[in-house]
Design a protein around this ligand. Structure first.
Ligand code: SF4
Length: 99
């Protein structure tokens, strides 16, 4: 008797696009703190805010230009969120991608 693998895969979760993806962010600002990378290449968040983070309302003060400001701001996408272990567990993107 031979066993065959099913050709059917479980359905992939539907990834929201555009504004629907952006809406996963609940604008907590918790990802907007400086990070440092240890000898093993692991990234650790600090309590030092990005200089463009408004600490009162937790919004980026240069949001539209944030990728041009040279602060190393990273665009979060369905492709990279799963690998960013420094994102807080409460992050809307992380919760969506990692469940
Ligand atoms: S930690 Fe996640 S939910 Fe919070 S501001 Fe950053 S991207 Fe948005």
């Amino acid at each position: 008797m031979s066993r065959r693998r099913s050709r059917h895969r479980p359905p992939s979760p539907i990834i929201p696009q555009g504004e629907a993806w952006e809406a996963l962010c609940h604008q907590c600002g918790d990802c907007c703190f400086e990070k440092w990378i240890d000898d093993k290449g692991h990234t650790h968040p600090t309590r030092i805010p990005c200089r463009f983070l408004d600490l009162f309302n937790r919004h980026c003060t240069v949001y539209e230009q944030r990728f041009k400001m040279g602060e190393g701001c990273l665009k979060l996408s369905p492709e990279n969120v799963a690998d960013l272990d420094w994102l807080p567990a409460s992050c809307g993107y992380r919760r969506f991608v990692k469940g």
